[in-house]
Design a protein around this ligand. Sequence first.
Ligand code: DUC
Ligand code: ZN
Ligand code: ZN
Length: 484
Amino acid sequence: MSQKGPAMRFDKVIRYGTVVTASDTFKSDVGIKEGRIAALAGALTEADEIIDATGLYVMPGGIDSHVHLDQPSGEGIVMADDFESGTRSAAIGGNSTVLTFCMQEKGQSLREALRLYHAKAEGRCHIDVSFHLVVTDPTPEVLGQELPALVADGYTSIKVFMTYDGLRLRDDEILATLDAARRTGALVMVHCENEDAIRYLIGRHEAEGQVEPRYHAATRPIAAEREATHRALSLAEIVDTPVVIVHVSNRQAMEEIRRARQRGQKIAGETCPQYLMLTSEDLDADALEGAKYVCSPPPRDKESQSACWEGIEQGVFDLFASDHCPFRFDDPAGKLNEKGRRHFRWIPNGIPGVATRLPILFSEGVMKGRIDLNRFVAVTSTNHAKLYGLYPRKGTIAIGADADIALWDPDMQITLTNEMLRHGADYTPYEGLAVRGWPVRVMVRGTTVAKDGHLCDSRRGGSYLHRTLSSLTRNAGNGNRNRG
Ligand code: DUC
Ligand code: ZN
Ligand code: ZN
């Protein structure tokens, strides 16, 4: 493993730890110079700072590729995290990079949307960030002129919605967007739920006076997600374009991914902590407490939880992301806004989770023997870097990579409380959950940003990351790009 002689002097050395990557686990010191990993070897002693990692795992910092920060969320509603608080919370939970969303308004150019989101993020981020483009208005100019130029500038992923008025695209618009993505190499993430079915069910429950939070889950059934997943995959097949199916909540949607792959399609799948840890019964909580768990797709049942675990274990899911989409609970600008108190359809969709994603998977997955350490690193960091064009700069412990490192203490036992997560929400869905394993230090490009649960670098030194093409589209592109 040694690449450098012992005479080299480092800025920092992490000593005595166990390095874990997506493929290997080995004892090694890690030498860091000018923000990058410069050596992996035994007995690196020459450094300005020696960090003792005895008993700790030295892992790539978490990359959370599905995070919402400072997004407009409807009249009078305010997202609970901006780029400062969201990246602070992410760092405390073991992350060194987050990918957030830049939302195009109807009639707005993608460039203009990006200008606004860069202004929101500039100088406020504690860790590195990059944006996915949410395409809500796929005009010929947007798809034919803007998108190719933006992909060339390193904005290499987009998201489309099949649900929500104002956001959803029709099937022909999705096809046009996928086609444009194929030509440019952009990777498309799809939110799969059947809007018409949901709207119909909302009307039916509303007519019966059934407007409590629990009806959020009842009006977004598994079949509505499965149908949209099947349709998204079919549209992707028709124009031969890779896609990521995000926030998969249940077995039926997951099996659609498996089947599409068996047909030869290039598909990535993502699931999230809420689909392992919560069920629709949480939305049944007393009074309006259920509003805390309103997210889309909604949490399902125990069988769906088992299916999602199976998908992580068996590789159907490449990505384990938080879908952090935080709103305060007891707040007129949050879950319990005036209209939301009276009808579930006005409760903003989303739950906080950027700080709890990694500890939950480490504790419930690794420590309970469901997945090994290497799979943990793959689904929480390496695969995010590969799929979203950050690899090998990010997502691994290797010479030349950014020194984005999380030191994990596998023996630390923590009971989660909202206060320790340092996000802007006034609750966590996981209050009181006991976890084993905690990221005791998080470094971004060699600088320690969080230590022992506290932010310890107030410089807000996070950078914006321009990205290369996805591993999924780069490979698919050989025969496809520039065709048609
Ligand atoms: N989709 C997301 O990806 N996040 C929050 C809400 C939603 O519908
Ligand atoms: Zn979504
Ligand atoms: Zn989301």
